[in-house]
Design a protein around this ligand. Structure first.
Ligand SMILES: Nc1nc2c(ncn2[C@@H]2O[C@H](COP(=O)(O)OP(=O)(O)O)[C@@H](O)[C@H]2O)c(=O)[nH]1
Ligand SMILES: Nc1ncnc2c1ncn2[C@@H]1O[C@H](COP(=O)(O)OP(=O)(O)O)[C@@H](O)[C@H]1O
Length: 205
């Protein structure tokens, strides 16, 4: 029997909704079956961040070279920096039958929807706009101006929610992780059943 290709899982949503927090919690669980795709970025490493673990930190010129060489599955400019997904790692891991998990902003997710529509697209939504604002303020990593810009961007990003296969509310981190895990299990079941049906059809059963 041919090996089933892994699932490309894309988690996206507005800045401050908790994508990074939920992703870290998912990957801290010992039974997580997904491979995390480490992104490239031109933003400077924050204190405690490690090159090759949190991101691959690149200079702008090096990043632009990767774009030219088509080494990125998608990339976006976000608040003055580039962010992108290395394409080789994603393809090799999927080909090996392993699921790949991307945590990216919404422009990048739209590009992937064009290139890999068979991905599983999950939008992480805040319980409310005011809660989103409190999370951005509470994180304390941005100035008031930047927070205002991100809230404005969030309004537009929230409008994109209906393009996603699933919307998961991040009310509580553990609940959001449980919902994501359930969605992935359900999607695997669906794909296996569709594949079985397809093979039966080919055999004329
Ligand atoms: N398009 C795209 N977005 C990414 C990628 N990696 C991270 N991001 C997103 O870029 C945004 C900024 O990330 P970062 O600077 O780490 O800040 P933070 O996630 O808000 O703490 C977040 O929305 C990330 O999800 C990537 O490879 N591609
Ligand atoms: N479910 C939640 N409830 C309360 N606070 C949360 C929750 N998820 C994340 N946060 C907090 O919200 C802030 C933004 O989370 P973060 O993961 O950095 O967001 P993003 O990666 O989407 O920009 C952080 O201070 C984080 O601790």
């Amino acid at each position: 029997m041919r090996k089933e290709r892994g699932l490309l899982i894309v988690l996206s949503g507005p800045s401050g909704v908790g994508k990074g927090t939920v992703r870290k919690e998912l990957f801290s669980q010992p039974d997580t079956n997904y491979e995390y795709s480490i992104s490239m970025t031109t933003r400077k490493a924050r204190e405690g961040e490690v090159d090759g673990v949190d991101y691959f930190f690149k200079e702008k010129e090096a990043f632009e070279q990767l774009i030219e060489q088509e080494k990125l599955l998608e990339y976006a400019q976000y608040v003055g920096n580039y962010y992108g997904t290395p394409i080789d790692y994603v393809n090799e891991t999927l080909d090996a039958g392993r699921d790949v998990f991307l945590e990216i902003e919404v422009q990048g997710a739209s590009q992937i929807r064009e290139k890999a529509p068979d991905g599983l697209f999950i939008f992480l939504a805040p319980p409310s706009l005011s809660e989103l604002q409190s999370r951005l303020v509470g994180r304390g990593t941005e100035t008031e101006d930047v927070i205002a810009t991100r809230i404005e961007a969030a309004n537009k990003e929230l409008e994109m929610m209906n393009l996603y296969d699933y919307v998961v509310e991040n009310d509580e981190v553990q609940l959001a992780c449980d919902r994501i895990n359930s969605i992935v299990v359900a999607e695997h079941c669906r794909r296996e059943r569709v594949e079985k049906q397809y093979l039966a059809m080919l055999k004329g059963e």
